[in-house]
Ligand binder design. Structure first.
Ligand code: SF4
Length: 327
């Protein structure tokens, strides 16, 4: 088994007094792709922002939370305890970087792409323009863009797929080891989505990267992820290998998510929507937060939150399996 790179433990996040993450815990191993999957608003991006320490000011992290990062395989540092100057000097963008959600609008339309690289470099104390352009050229070539032309272009002159490639190149500028990809293919057409996914795979091998992929689109996960954590209402509800999640899902929410996307080759079965509304953190129901939408719900589901238990081949938070384990 590969050595750990990141261990998130008991991560609780509150916005004012509303709890949006509940004891979130998972481990990401060096060189793997860990996908965090769930509907919009389930807490995936909040988890990523907590790792990169870019939560909004109103956010508060629970006292028992920790995010251990194993830099160079050495003793881990708790990212939540590092002083901000140390974190921004040694970790943010240098060790851990992120391709942000909605990134197609993230480039400043008034400056050329080369200026984006210069700004990124300047923010990290690199002022040698020649060095910056050399690295930008290498990275833009690595993301399969015509580097000379793109460096001299304004964002408006680039297609959505090209902008996404530029953003990936910018995220790799300081040579990070761990990259968080927050909905990296959203807002792109299907063909461009596939191209970006293939590119991400190629970059992972070339630069020896570890990814955390955040997406609401479970179909995109099959191609790239090694392990998957399914999130619902700020909790991990099932976690396993990508094969187990796709071919033997157990949690009713995972099953519903899989049924909500078209299956290649299965022309008879139409995608089924998940009934009801996604959970509202301001008024979560008692018991299992999925119970108002769950076809398997029983009385205990309306009363008790199911704990996350280890079944050996997966972790799962569902009373159906808690009973199975006890008996
Ligand atoms: Fe459904 Fe109950 Fe399992 Fe929640 S605990 S997912 S309501 S069966």
């Amino acid at each position: 088994m590969r050595e750990p790179l990141l261990k998130v433990r008991n991560l609780d996040v509150y916005y004012y007094n509303i709890r949006v993450l509940h004891r979130v815990g998972f481990e990401i191993r060096r060189g793997e792709v860990y996908a965090l999957v769930g509907e919009s608003g389930c807490g995936k991006t909040t988890t990523a922002n907590a790792i990169l320490r870019i939560l909004p000011e109103i956010a508060r992290i629970g006292n028992e939370s920790s995010i251990l990062y194993y830099k160079d395989g050495r003793d881990p540092v708790d990212l939540l305890k590092l002083p901000e100057d140390e974190f921004s000097r040694d970790i943010r963008w240098k060790e851990i970087s992120m391709v942000f959600q909605g990134a197609l609008n993230a480039l400043n339309p008034t400056i050329k792409i080369k200026a984006h690289f210069l700004e990124t470099a300047k923010a990290h104390g690199i002022r040698d323009k020649k060095e910056v352009y050399k690295r930008a050229y290498e990275l833009l070539s690595a993301v399969k863009l015509e580097a000379d032309r793109v460096l001299e272009s304004y964002p408006i002159e680039l297609s959505g797929g090209m902008k996404q490639r530029v953003l990936i190149a910018l995220a790799l500028f300081l040579n990070p080891k761990f990259v968080i990809l927050d909905e990296p293919t959203t807002a792109l057409d299907v063909l461009t989505q596939r191209e970006i996914l293939f590119l991400l795979k190629e970059l992972k091998e070339k630069f020896d990267l570890t990814y955390m992929l955040i997406t609401h689109d479970i179909a995109l996960v099959a191609d790239i992820a090694d392990r998957v954590g399914i999130m619902y209402a700020g909790r991990i509800v099932e976690e396993s290998s990508v094969e187990k999640i796709f071919y033997d899902p157990k949690h009713p929410y995972t099953i519903a998510l899989l049924r909500s996307v078209p299956q290649i080759g299965d022309f008879k079965r139409l995608p089924e929507g998940i009934p009801g509304e996604p959970a509202d953190f301001r008024k979560l129901p008692p018991g299992c937060p999925f119970h108002p939408r769950c076809p398997e719900a029983t009385e205990i589901c309306r009363q008790k939150v199911p704990p996350l238990i280890d079944l050996g081949d997966r972790k799962i938070a569902c009373h159906l399996y808690a009973k199975e384990k006890v008996s």
